[in-house]
Design a protein around this ligand. Sequence first.
Ligand SMILES: Cc1cc2nc3c(=O)[nH]c(=O)nc-3n(C[C@H](O)[C@H](O)[C@H](O)COP(=O)(O)OP(=O)(O)OC[C@H]3O[C@@H](n4cnc5c(N)ncnc54)[C@H](O)[C@@H]3O)c2cc1C
Length: 454
Amino acid sequence: MTIKTDIIIIGAGLTGLTLAFYLKKAGKNVLIIEKNDIVGGVIQTHEHDGFIYETGPNTGVLSNPELVQLFDDLKNDCELETANKASKQRWILKKGKWNALPSGAFSAIKTPLFSFKDKLKILGEPFRKKGTNPNETVAELVKRRMGKSFLDYAVDPFISGIYAGDPNKLVTKFALPKLYNLEQNYGSFIKGSIKKAKLPKTQLEKRATKEVFSTKGGLKNLISALEKNIEQKNIYKNCNNVTIEKSNNSFNTIFEHKDHNINIISKKIITTVGAYALPEILSFIDKKTLEPITNLEYAKVILTVAGYKNWKGIGLPAFGGLVPTVEKRNVLGILFPSSIFKNRTPEKGVILSVFMGGIKRPDLFEKSDNEIKQIAIEEINSTLNLDNIQPDFINIYKYQHAIPQYDEKSKKRFELISQLEKQHEGLLLAGNIRNGIGMADRVKQAVDIANSII
Ligand SMILES: Cc1cc2nc3c(=O)[nH]c(=O)nc-3n(C[C@H](O)[C@H](O)[C@H](O)COP(=O)(O)OP(=O)(O)OC[C@H]3O[C@@H](n4cnc5c(N)ncnc54)[C@H](O)[C@@H]3O)c2cc1C
């Protein structure tokens, strides 16, 4: 069967769906090709016995106007939910005790998380010279400007929470470009943040409040809203052996679908899949050429979700607890989704999302499900004061390619992506191989690409 369309998108995760939503809204003929039998990619929400929980990303940050606009555009089909104010604190584990991450000058002076020497060093941050090494790692930058204890007890756990990564390997310019630009443009994080806060903002920018967000009833409702608006007829699910061939100035996307071989001819192809999936899809580019993209390293992450109908541990008035590497525990952190969002559990219930593995502990990925459950329960019991209590349910979700690491190899990857896009007109390589890994980054990239096409 041969079909013609304007634009093909490979992958129906948040990037592909947002892209298709805006292209279709602008009147373009667009088809999505998805390997799985459901859409949403890593974003999936499960529901049973009065519990609603995420099995991929739990929360995002409302950090850009594109995301605010997306929720406005989908307001008839899903509702943005921002975090309960009571869950604002981030806890950090130090010597077996949780401490709130300081949120202001007073708490920063009082906190036991940072050394006295580094507290003084932070006061001098606005007066320090700016860095000159574009390949400086996050760890080098933070030690230079803020001190080692700030790296160990603020930035290292923060990097675990976002990248499941290693601050000694992530390059600031690629991994945390906003932070890098604050130093480069304003000479200091503190001065830069103050000056940026004073810049005039559009109404939409003002609504990008940096609050933690989900969708009422779980992130699946954002995905369903996108799917509904794109319409089923424009989404091919269960597609196997997807491969693209080039013929003159168009592309043939060939795949197996429900016992049929389908060939779709289009002028534009946008991939949103991971780097590891590209060689098979881009059959017209040799594998060696693609290496600077396919050598992208991913953190493996294990998410264990534990549900308690009648919680008996300590109160959880926080976003969750992050565990610094220097504490030498088996978890990256424990998130408290039922403290962050409303109606996620039965009345006295609690949901905990325990993250393990990451770049520093790939060994945990090799453990059996029973061992992982055991580790998760032990860590919950010992850090949240539960007396050897078993959860009412505990489920494990493993991600071999959870989070791409924007390390020193990123420059070459970004250069090759631009080069291939110029060389093969109509080809766009999107997804979290570039432009950031968070959900807000995914939406911004999709909107930017859609606008460039429209
Ligand atoms: C465990 C975990 C926790 C996370 N936590 C957070 C968080 O708290 N906050 C946050 O902002 N972000 C978080 N992220 C990151 C964020 O969820 C992702 O970056 C984002 O959802 C990726 O969306 P995407 O569409 O680019 O990719 P994906 O969701 O990976 O979608 C890609 C799609 O392509 C499909 N596909 C792959 N290969 C093929 C092929 N050969 N043919 C056809 N289709 C194919 C896949 O099936 C998938 O549906 C987390 C990610 C993970 C894994």
